[in-house]
Design a protein around this ligand. Sequence first.
Ligand code: C2E
Ligand code: MG
Ligand code: MG
Ligand code: MG
Length: 290
Amino acid sequence: SDLVRFKVFDEYVAEDIYYRKQVAEQLKNALSDDLLHLNFMPIYDSKSLKVEAVEVLLRCHSDGLKGVGPDVFIPVAEEYNLIKAIDLWVIEATFKKIKQERTLLADVPVTFCINISSAELHNVSFSLHLGTLLDKYQIRPNWIELEITETSFIETDSSSIQILNEIRSLGVRLALDDFGTGYTAFNQLINYPIDCLKIDKSFIDNIGSQNSTAESMIKAILLIAKSYKLVTIAEGIETRDQYHYLAENGCNFMQGYFLAKPMDWQNFRALLCSPQSESLLTKLQEPLIP
Ligand code: C2E
Ligand code: MG
Ligand code: MG
Ligand code: MG
């Protein structure tokens, strides 16, 4: 029976390698054929319910990658050495959009949160490229926040910390994404040059579940963040109860399907232009009225 298991395992792995190679091929073509596309997910201030920021999320519209999300194709891009080109593409496409919409954004300023790969923690020219693009599109650096997953910090050394410091000295803020899924000891946070913690969805999912440690973890994270003067964002808010729990415990910002799903620029633009907090307030309070 061991033999059977191995055989199945082999076939699975072989198939997976073949699949990933195809995804990489498609991605490479998408980059050169301009088939990459940005979605925008609103991030709300917990108190005012105003859109204060937006997370930029990558989508790929090539025929071979229909329905394949960044959770699949970003790791492939990292494996096939396409990630640096993709990260720069996303940054440049975002900057172009900001420049194009500068009049609107002067009225309703929002922070643009852009995900970058852990590969950039080992890319000594990243901050130079970033600085060049900021200049080229005349972007105010304090409108930009870069998100790096907590797990990428496992392999950080002094040169990675230097790269992060270079990014911050441009005036761009840094957020630790998917916080709680890595192994950062709370006392280590003080050594990271970061501005913001994004609490991972897995904690949010367990709010209200019986005898879960998630709620005490969330409270501890919020307390630590406050004492280190880090801004907090919770991701993956799917219910009204999760929203209220986080708001009551002092989480600064929130994003999730309950508030708004990722959308294209036209819809995000419309949201920015409309008095949205009214309707969101009703949505939040409606079910509380018996
Ligand atoms: P992330 O940075 O943690 O982004 C949040 C992901 O969770 C997004 O998925 C978003 O659509 C999803 N999400 C947010 N709220 C909810 C919710 O309430 N319910 C559910 N079920 N999902 C929610 P997406 O767009 O598939 O992105 C997945 C990951 O891929 C991102 O995780 C990020 O790590 C990576 N990624 C996305 N865009 C880029 C990019 O432009 N560059 C790089 N390097 N990575 C990217
Ligand atoms: Mg993110
Ligand atoms: Mg995240
Ligand atoms: Mg994630």
